[in-house]
Write a protein that binds this ligand. Structure first.
Ligand code: GTP
Ligand code: MG
Length: 447
């Protein structure tokens, strides 16, 4: 970590400002050679002419110097705020490289922050996820995590485990199978509490996964009910082919839309029926998979046609038993005379819409569901690595119970030690450089 790294921290493309960041022991010296002021004051924005390695003026921009250790990475950092578009920023970066910095690898700034003890791993991951978050609620959750909420959860669980272990240490002095019942009870209760806490966090993280990845919404129904028309209406342009020929859509079509404060993926599917040929059969299989993968399913029926036991019935059977937060039943084509026997839909609350005219009810239903997913204030695990650590911890705790009952306290204690180390991995895990590198390389460049 003795070298100095540099990267453009802003996205490429046309924008008014671009930021180049330099971090490491030579950051200050490099910045001074590229700018006019004799010295830079700590954490003060300084307007300056900026020069390239040949002494040519590149731009006039702002420099900010963050001396170590009070910076994001804990090292000396200088930030250049220059005019946007990539040409100027690129030249600033090249000049910094010329004067002794090297190109930062993706996530390398965050990795340095971690290695210098400025952030723990869960905070670093929260930052990486925040950049990709698909909803305002996710941003809020991640902000709390960046401020150490998950790290504190880890500490609480670890302390809980250690307390239970301490109880058992006391009992090791007793003869085997002779642990006083009140101590045994206290240990059991402690384990139970820990298991519940972890299960709750796992469940609610699973449910709210889409906050970060973007929730997925599938529109399903028999052919011709207006699924593609609805997709087009939601997107406000003719994305999918619409026709009155049943079986028009052969493959799933996925697009992004904004619903309230969420950016979600919406999937139009092939109409589900007994397929007429091989390609349609594959399309229908994809539709069925979409139902499995969706966070919310919009089951669409056609009010202008009579209920069809085979085809509409099949949709009803597919959505039977769905959790109600995951399902919206809609009767489409409300602008046409109604022929559909609405009694059939009685078990579901359904809404009437017209993909051609009026579907605001659908939008507000969707928004309500999406908000429902995020309303929980529960702590959230934001990636597979964190989920895996909690699952392994929970498993060790589960496995500790049997030896406890048998009075095998050493084995019991071993499982608890494993549990504590599993959960600890969330915030300060591996000594292995390789694993750390792999993890941070998934971050954005310049982060
Ligand atoms: N009057 C009226 N017609 C509609 C409405 N929605 C769709 N349609 C018509 O219904 C027919 C079928 O629409 P599509 O959107 O292609 O239906 P689909 O469900 O995607 O059909 P497949 O792709 O074959 O599964 C088209 O002629 C649409 O114009 C509506 O709200 N009102
Ligand atoms: Mg279609």
């Amino acid at each position: 970590m003795n070298d100095t790294i540099a990267a453009i921290a802003t996205a490429s493309g046309v924008a008014s400002i671009a930021i180049v960041r330099i971090s490491g022991p030579d950051a200050y010296e490099i910045a001074r050679r590229m700018s006019a002021p004799k010295e830079l004051d700590a954490r003060e924005a300084r307007l300056s002419t900026i020069y390239d390695m040949e002494g040519e003026i590149i731009d006039r921009g702002i420099l900010i110097y963050f001396p170590s250790p009070r910076s994001f990475t804990g090292e000396d950092i200088v930030e250049f705020q220059v005019h946007g578009g990539m040409v100027v920023a690129q030249r600033v970066l090249e000049s910094a490289i010329h004067f002794g910095a090297r190109h930062a690898r993706p996530g390398e700034f965050s990795k340095r922050a971690y290695l210098n003890g400025k952030i723990d791993l869960s905070e670093a991951e929260a930052i990486a996820s925040l950049i990709e978050a698909r909803s305002l609620d996710a941003a809020r959750i991640l902000l709390r995590q960046m401020r150490g909420e998950l790290g504190r959860f880890v500490e609480r669980v670890r302390e809980g485990i250690l307390t239970v272990r301490a109880y058992s240490e006391v009992s090791i002095d007793y003869a085997e199978e002779d642990i006083p019942p009140d101590i045994l009870e206290a240990i059991e209760a402690g384990l139970q509490r820990l298991s519940c806490d972890m299960q709750r966090v796992l469940d609610s993280s699973e449910r709210r996964r889409g906050l970060i990845e973007g929730f997925r919404i599938a529109i399903v129904g028999r052919p011709n009910v207006g699924k593609s028309s609805l997709l087009n209406a939601l997107l406000d342009y003719e994305r999918a082919i619409v026709s009155d020929i049943a079986g028009t859509t052969r493959d799933t079509i996925e697009e992004q839309i904004r619903v309230g404060t969420h950016i979600v993926r919406i999937v139009d599917t092939a109409g589900i029926r007994d397929a007429r040929d091989e390609i349609e059969r594959r399309g229908v299989n994809r539709s069925l998979e979409s139902i499995e993968e969706a966070d919310i399913v919009i089951a669409l029926f056609d009010s202008s046609r009579e209920y069809d036991e085979d085809e509409d019935g099949r949709i009803l059977r597919l959505i039977e038993g769905f959790e109600k937060e995951r399902l919206i039943v809609a009767l489409n084509k409300s602008d046409l005379p109604g022929r559909f026997d609405t009694e059939i839909l009685a078990p579901f609350p359904y809404i009437e819409i017209s993909a051609k005219r009026e579907f605001t009810r659908l939008m507000s239903e969707l928004e309500k569901r999406l908000d429902g997913f995020s309303s929980s204030d529960e702590l959230m695990l934001v990636n597979e690595r964190q989920m895996d650590a909690v699952r392994r911890c929970a498993k060790q705790i589960e496995e500790a119970r049997e030896p406890l009952r048998r009075g095998e306290l050493e084995i019991f204690s071993y499982h608890l030690a494993e549990a504590a180390s599993a959960i600890g991995e969330i915030s300060r895990p591996y000594e292995s450089e390789e694993i750390l590198d792999r993890m941070f390389s998934e971050f954005c460049l310049g982060k």
